[in-house]
Design a protein around this ligand. Structure first.
Ligand code: KMH
Ligand code: ZN
Length: 273
């Protein structure tokens, strides 16, 4: 039987506003409703960013805690906190929800290097990566490594060699961020050839790259991330009415391709949580 599929729903992100799309969930209640709709459509992981009352990106542990509680009350899904946050957040702010919350998330992200991020700089120098690795080990959390460019896999391999991160790792190959690797199949294949031994992987394609890259990931036995954070369109010129339609579409395609959806328990096993 082919590997059960783990779909991650990236429902909000840090960069989008309601001006980009009116379907963006912002408040804890809206985020929990969207997480539930995505879980019902087949998502097993919700990648979570939160916003303050003005809709600005936030790493406030209290907002994460409130949103987490609402999601837990409504559905069974693996909750992954973003520790990437917004480009404006400091390392301490990004780590605050991990350090301060108990119970905390099931899963966290760990971005593997500094890069241009559109017109901004997403700042992740090596000493910051060392601090993050230590914080995740102390919190007994297994991170998902966010790989935006090929050199980030080399950084990850160095950190594995130094014993800073637990193996096998799970990588999210995020292709198509302006400043990172472009969202095409050649880049995906190169990253797959370069993964650390035994790694499992998810693909996130930004914008128009989301559908073709995630469909290829289905065929290649990988896992997928979809949602408004990466792509606000259902098809060219047509906004997706939230992340759930994007989850439902890839779940339908997976069914046609004989990739059964993982249960939440299977997803935990696949991700090593
Ligand atoms: N918002 C980006 C700067 C993550 O969630 O860990 C970083 C990001 C990665 O979204
Ligand atoms: Zn994110």
């Amino acid at each position: 039987m082919s590997t059960p599929l783990v779909i991650t729903a990236a429902i909000c992100g840090a960069e989008l506003t309601r001006e980009h799309t009116p379907y963006l969930p912002l408040s804890p209640e809206e985020l929990a409703a969207e997480a539930t709709a995505c879980a019902e459509a087949g998502a097993r992981v919700v990648h979570l960013h939160v916003r303050d009352e003005a809709g600005r990106p936030s790493q406030d542990p209290a907002i994460f805690a409130k949103t987490l509680k609402l999601i837990r009350e409504r559905c069974d899904v693996i909750v992954q906190f973003s520790t990437g946050g917004a480009v404006t957040a400091t390392a301490d702010e990004r780590l605050a929800p991990v350090r301060e919350l108990s119970p905390g998330p099931d899963f966290v992200t760990f971005s593997m290097g500094t890069m241009n991020f559109g017109n901004e700089v997403f700042y992740n120098p090596q000493p910051m990566l060392d601090t993050f690795a230590k914080a995740f080990t102390e919190a007994k959390l297994k991170p998902e490594f966010e790989i935006f460019d090929a050199g980030m896999l080399d950084t990850l391999k160095r950190m594995i060699k130094k014993g800073q991160v637990q193996t096998p790792v799970h990588c999210d190959l995020v292709l198509g961020v302006p400043g990172g690797m472009a969202g095409n199949l050649r880049n995906l294949m190169f990253l797959l050839e370069s993964l650390p031994e035994g790694a499992t992987w998810t693909v996130s394609g930004v914008g128009a790259a989301q559908l073709p890259l995630t469909v290829h990931a289905l065929a290649l036995g990988g896992h997928v991330r979809v949602g408004l954070e990466d792509n606000i369109y259902y098809r060219k010129g047509e906004l997706s009415e939230g992340s759930a339609p994007l989850v439902a579409r890839i779940a339908r395609i997976a069914k046609e391709m004989d990739r059964p959806l993982a249960t939440v328990q299977q997803a935990r096993g696949i991700l090593g949580l």
